[in-house]
Design a protein around this ligand. Structure first.
Ligand code: FIX
Ligand code: ZN
Length: 419
């Protein structure tokens, strides 16, 4: 077995690891991107990059204008304002700003000129289908997982019509309104023909109707998992309608259909509603809920990404205790280099390689380019240190072994977990 050290004379150890990490194809298991058939739902191009809600939040820190005035602007006017505020009036050093620059650079565009109109010309020459392939090649992605909600009025009609699936994309059944039994759930489900109403008694007929809803949408979407984001305080077990729906409808449905349930605890929705999508906050999650779910439902598989930095250590320990729990991604406010580095090291040191260190959460197609370029670099650095640590003991890994491990981190372990 030719170990990486043996080749040290030719190519430095770290470089070899970096090459493998930068070139291994990735399955991006959570994004807000869509197959082209969903037309305007798939956001792409410079104006969408600049009006990403992360940048909206950063821009308003400099603006005195009423929020409504911004929302009344055209997309191009909004992009102009954000470009001027965050890139021209101030240096674009935040992760989200840097991301725009990395994307433009890797697309071969010249950011030095700081010429937004010229940049816009490039995107006008792209057609969406070819551009999807170009972005996936630049990001090194083999599959993009979507976030598909039957409760989304813009998305639902396309699923109901039916269409030929695009093999570059994988569906995931997103059910937040149902999972949290929010006010919009029952009326929308009733409109889709399901006998559920907001005042429904939580009896077997009610839970069967919810399972029928899930089964019908699973047939339409062929999802890889079922997903919901939950507030920090979400508690299970509990007497709430939501907890009963989880126990008596969602978990049995997932179990019987071999679908993992992906949970994303920690979001406080719209703590500043005037910022719209940019208005969500974070809170420390009660991970006892996850502990109870994993312990009480060993036949169910749970995917977990938690929003608060302070929850990450406990999440790692839970994954050590429950093999039906798989940790993934550095979600949202943890998706910055400082914390990606911290979380990846902590997970590798506490759990090992049976994790999925990252997902992009891209809302704009082009973002997959920078989100993966930035994360690959950090993951590569962490792996270089981890392999160097074991090398110091005399345990030398081969190129093939590193390739195997990286394949696992970039989708293999996830696929194996999902089965
Ligand atoms: O709930 C989610 O899937 C979150 O990722 C989004 O709601 C959030 O707006 C986002 O874009 C985070 O990166
Ligand atoms: Zn998301």
């Amino acid at each position: 077995m030719k170990t990486i050290q043996a080749e040290a004379s030719q190519v430095p150890f770290a470089k070899q690891i970096e090459e493998i990490v930068m070139s291994t194809p990735i399955t991006d298991i959570h994004t807000h991107l869509y197959e082209p058939v969903f037309t305007e739902l798939l956001l792409w191009g410079i104006d969408e990059l600049l009006t990403y809600h992360y940048l909206v939040a950063e821009t308003f820190r400099y603006l005195d204008m009423p929020y409504e005035k911004y929302w009344a602007m055209s997309k191009t006017q909004q992009a102009d304002l954000i470009w001027d505020t965050l890139f021209i009036q101030h240096s674009p050093i935040s992760e989200a700003c840097r991301g725009v620059l990395t994307t433009l650079q890797l697309l071969g565009l010249d950011v030095k000129k700081r010429d937004l109109p010229a940049l816009r010309k490039y995107f006008k020459t792209q057609n969406v289908d070819g551009y999807i392939t170009k972005c996936m090649e630049l990001a090194g992605l083999k599959k993009i997982y979507m976030t598909n909600s039957p409760f989304d009025d813009l998305e639902r009609p396309t699923w109901e019509k039916g269409f030929k699936r695009d093999s570059r994309f994988q569906a995931c059944l997103r059910i937040d309104p149902l999972f949290l039994w929010q006010a919009e759930a029952a009326p929308k489900m009733a409109k889709m023909g399901y006998k559920v109403d907001a005042g429904a008694k939580p009896n077997q007929k009610f839970f069967d109707e919810i399972r029928r809803f899930l089964a019908d949408w699973a047939k339409k979407m062929n999802p890889r998992y079922v997903m919901a984001s939950i507030p920090p305080e979400y508690t299970f077990p509990d007497k709430t309608m939501s907890a009963q729906i989880l126990e008596k409808a969602i978990l049995p449905f997932c179990r019987e259909n071999g679908l993992p349930l992906a949970l994303m605890p920690g979001v406080r929705k719209l703590i500043n509603p005037a910022l719209r999508l940019a208005g969500d906050g974070v809170g420390l999650s009660n991970l006892l809920t996850i502990q109870h779910l994993c312990a009480q439902f060993p036949e169910n598989k749970f995917l977990l990404t938690v929003l608060a930095r302070e929850n990450q250590h406990e999440a790692c320990v839970l994954a050590r205790k429950y093999r039906n729990l798989h940790l993934f991604g550095c979600w949202w406010f943890t998706n910055i280099p400082e914390i990606i580095n911290e979380m990846t090291r902590m997970r590798l040191e506490l759990i090992g390689l049976s994790i999925t260190p990252q997902h992009s959460d891209a809302r704009v197609l082009d973002q997959i380019i920078y989100k993966w370029n930035h994360s690959r670099r950090i993951i590569a650095q962490v792996l270089v240190d981890k392999y160097a640590d074991i090398a110091r003991t005399g345990w030398h890994v081969s190129r093939e072994e590193v390739q195997r491990d990286v394949k696992d981190l970039f989708g293999g372990a996830f696929e194996r977990f999902c089965g």
